[in-house]
Design a protein around this ligand. Structure first.
Ligand code: SAM
Ligand code: SF4
Length: 448
């Protein structure tokens, strides 16, 4: 794709990734009683559970996740104890069955097999699971390699059916620069072990925009990964937020690809994955046609949440663990982001809720529009009017759609807003036109 570099740098603004709307920047302090009221309103419809396991043995310099560097097993034991307390407190209020469980991090697979047994048995005692529930987990290959697949087998035995491996980039020079040393052999072996165990779906995470990446080096990574044929690939843009994650400052600025090169790496990778049989889903995911995410995309059942794109199996999500965010009855709730505060709440038998936001009717309307753009690449104005009792064009008359159209990112018909192929690549920018909170000096990562 031929893109004028000047135009691209003008477009390259700081915009949210819209894993939520409103974004976490809008969250305010909330107290436990508000959270309990919302939890109590959950009926019997299935819900999702997200559990955050923050510990990592080493810190990857690019990491933007909520992690705790840890090499002391007893800290993890204590954390698990708090988590079991939290599960017990929530399940006293919530009766809904679980359709989706996701273990994210940090590194969930820093748990030992007995710790996994303990966690899953507590979950099964406390909640009922739907028969076809999706159980997924993020895996750092370095934590499941040396035991000859024992931990992967345990995950399979415990009912996990989807696994996601963090690979990021296969190039040793890139890995060294971000302090993520993980040989190609290790990534491939763990992938093959998971294949042999017949998990329903295997995802691989890659990141573009890392130091020393070039079109040539990353094309090799894409080539190799696509020959493995994982069911899904997440191709994340390196989110540079050094004001939040100080360790990112250790990556030398001059080693990073330019905006233009980063965009070229992305578009080339996207093209290659599509040529190798993958459907591009939303902004940064790819899935084989046989995968449920592809089927969900085609049938309009895609959803975007804090874990990226997933199948919409439940409207409500409960977050458990330090820093986790849930969405319960039209409100976001986030647990304490510091380990000590999280633990102290649970020691005092209180739910560790810290911040959140109850959505206004206007927030709900804009959240819907942004979800439609991010997940379906269109907005049906008439559907929106029927759902929210508004006149679409009048309601959004002040939204800056004209510049998007002038820049060739958006087309508008009488009934629909449709991002162009270029607008799909920069979909966060199109969505940002409907963000009522976005300010010029926003604390988000750059678009490209
Ligand atoms: C919690 S981590 C994955 C689990 C495991 N700790 C690992 O690294 O393999 C989830 C994913 O977030 C992505 N990620 C982390 N920091 C990022 C950043 N700053 N920008 C873009 N993606 C990032 C990586 O692709 C990573 O695999
Ligand atoms: S990328 Fe994964 S292993 Fe690396 S620091 Fe982040 S959460 Fe930990």
């Amino acid at each position: 794709m031929d893109i004028d570099p000047k135009w691209l740098s003008r477009m390259n603004r700081a915009v949210p990734r819209y894993t939520s709307y409103p974004t976490a920047l809008q969250f305010q302090a909330v107290d436990e009683s508000l959270y309990k009221t919302h939890l109590a309103q959950l009926g019997k419809l299935p819900i999702s559970l997200y559990i955050h396991l923050p510990f990592c043995r080493t810190m990857c310099l690019f990491c933007g996740c909520s992690t705790v560097l840890n090499r002391r097993p007893e800290r993890q034991t204590l954390y698990l104890d708090w988590l079991l307390h939290e599960i017990a407190l929530v399940s006293e209020i919530v009766q809904a069955p679980i359709s989706q469980l996701h273990l994210g991090g940090g590194t969930p697979t820093s748990l030992t097999i007995p710790e996994f047994d303990l966690l899953l048995s507590s979950l099964h005692r406390s909640f009922s699971f739907e028969p076809n529930a999706e159980l997924s987990i993020e895996i750092d290959p370095r934590t499941v390699y040396s035991d000859e697949g024992e931990k992967l087998k345990a995950l399979k035995r415990l009912g996990f059916n989807r696994v996601s491996f963090g690979v990021q980039d296969l190039d040793p020079k890139v890995q060294e620069a971000v302090k993520r040393r993980q040989s190609e052999e290790m990534s491939r072996k763990t992938f093959e072990m998971a294949r042999a165990l017949a998990f329903d779906g295997i995802n691989i995470d890659l990141i573009y925009g890392l130091p020393f990446q070039t079109l040539c080096t990353f094309t090799r990574t894409v080539d190799v990964i696509s020959t493995w044929q994982p069911d899904r690939i997440a191709l994340f843009s390196y989110a540079k937020v050094p004001w939040l994650k100080k360790h990112q400052n250790a990556i030398p600025e001059e080693a990073l690809p330019s905006t233009e090169e980063k965009f070229a790496i992305y578009t080339k990778a996207r093209q290659l994955f599509m040529e190798r049989g993958y459907t591009a889903i939303g902004m940064d995911h790819f899935a084989l046609d046989s995968d449920s995410l592809s089927l969900g995309y085609r049938s309009g059942k895609l959803y975007r949440n804090f874990q990226g794109y997933s199948l919409n199996l439940a409207e409500n999500m409960i977050g458990l663990g330090m820093s986790s965010i849930g969405f319960v009855e039209h409100a976001y709730f986030q647990n304490h982001r510091e380990l000590e505060a999280y633990g102290a709440s649970l020691e005092a038998r209180r739910l560790p809720i810290a911040r959140g936001l109850v959505l206004t009717p206007e927030d709900r309307l804009r959240r819907w529009v942004i979800q439609e753009l991010m997940c379906r690449f269109q907005v049906d104005k008439r559907q929106c009017e029927a759902l929210f009792s508004i006149h679409f064009d009048t309601h959004f008359q002040n939204s800056p759609l004209a510049p998007l159209k002038a820049d060739g990112l958006l087309e508008e018909t009488h009934d629909k807003l449709i991002p162009t192929p270029l607008g799909r690549l920069l979909i966060r920018l199109v969505a940002a036109a409907f963000d009522a909170y976005l300010t010029q000096a926003s604390a988000h990562s750059k678009l490209v």
